[in-house]
Design a protein around this ligand. Structure first.
Ligand code: ATP
Length: 309
């Protein structure tokens, strides 16, 4: 059973002050893009996980892998026990690791869909979404795909009324960024700002301007409205990302932002040809490890092949 699953970028990422449990309340607009991992699950004598492709060496192959945890969580929820619950999970990665593109969450979502099919467990989308939320904040979105507003930790989802399709160039960083470190830096920067009386932290809210622009389907309106509260923290940890963003803007990107916790930079292009041109120029300028073009929105985790048939 093979499932294809997309990466995400955040068109808006508004982050509030941390709650007592340490989590930051979010309002975000997730957007799934056509940069995919593929996850294959097969029956096996015991649990095994193998990873090939982009950044494979950086991905754990034990039970700390989010895909492994997804298979275990689904077996529990579906009452699948013993050797029947053992699977071989093969992850073909194209989504770079620790890149702000939710690669691990994507693999977890794909594993949930694949195991649900393989075991004919019959969990509904809603039940799968519940298991997904127990694994991580971005996992429910990776199941769903499209363009979706996320609240809470990002797991409370409502589809956004977005028209048209959007073409992107994605510039991958020279090294990864830890999401936890980016949030810690975000807290430090915000504390320093409020200490000077510059601004008090506020509850995050959805950008109505962005939602209106998304309904118009016009990338030229959407581009200037892309925002990411984590961007200053990502830039303070990797100052070279400023050059990456500037390079894309100089070549006509309609919007240029750090994706999620970074370090991937996402550039909104005028059309598919412009996205290709931007990807080539960014790679040539030496401001990133590599660049790829992608379009969105695309569906979430989708069955590609059923090897049993
Ligand atoms: P997010 O955008 O959701 O914050 P990210 O895209 O920045 O996440 P991931 O690629 O999901 O980051 O990886 C974060 C860490 O999770 C990695 O450093 C890795 O050790 C661990 N990890 C566990 N399972 C996976 C997986 N299937 N794929 C990638 N990383 C995984």
């Amino acid at each position: 059973m093979t499932v294809r699953v997309p990466a995400k970028v955040n068109l808006q990422l508004a982050v509030g002050p941390p709650r007592d449990d340490g989590y930051h309340p979010l309002v975000t607009v997730f957007h799934a893009v056509s940069l995919n991992d593929e996850v294959t699950v097969r029956p096996a004598a015991k649990m095994v996980l193998a990873v090939t492709g982009e950044d494979a060496a950086l991905v754990p192959t034990d039970r700390s892998n989010l895909a492994w945890r997804a298979a275990s969580a689904l077996a529990k929820a579906a009452g699948v026990r013993g050797t029947e619950a053992a699977v071989r999970i093969e992850i073909r990665k194209r989504i770079p690791v620790a890149a702000g593109l939710a690669g691990g969450s994507a693999d977890a979502a794909a594993t949930l869909v694949a195991c649900n099919e393989l075991w004919q467990a019959g969990l509904s989308q809603r039940e799968l979404a519940e298991v997904a939320a127990s694994l991580g904040s971005d996992v429910p979105f990776s199941l769903m795909g499209g363009t979706v507003v996320g609240r809470g930790r990002g797991e409370q989802l409502t589809p956004a009324l977005a028209a048209g399709s959007y073409h992107w160039a994605l510039a991958f960083g020279l090294s990864g960024l830890s999401t936890a470190e980016v949030y810690a830096t975000f807290d430090r920067l915000r504390a320093a700002r409020s200490a000077t009386g510059a601004s008090a932290p506020t509850e995050p809210s959805l950008s109505t301007e962005l939602m209106t622009a998304l309904r118009s389907g016009d990338p030229a309106r959407v581009g200037p409205l892309l925002t990411n509260d984590l961007q200053p923290a990502a830039l303070s940890l990797q100052p070279d990302l400023r050059r990456t963003l500037a390079e894309g803007r100089e070549h006509g990107a309609l919007g240029a932002i750090v994706s999620g916790s970074g370090p991937t930079c996402a550039f909104l292009a005028r059309d598919a040809a412009h996205a290709r041109e931007l990807a080539v120029l960014l790679t040539g300028a030496g401001v990133c490890r590599a660049a790829a073009r992608a379009s969105g929105p695309v569906p979430g985790a989708t069955v590609l092949r059923d090897m049993r048939s």
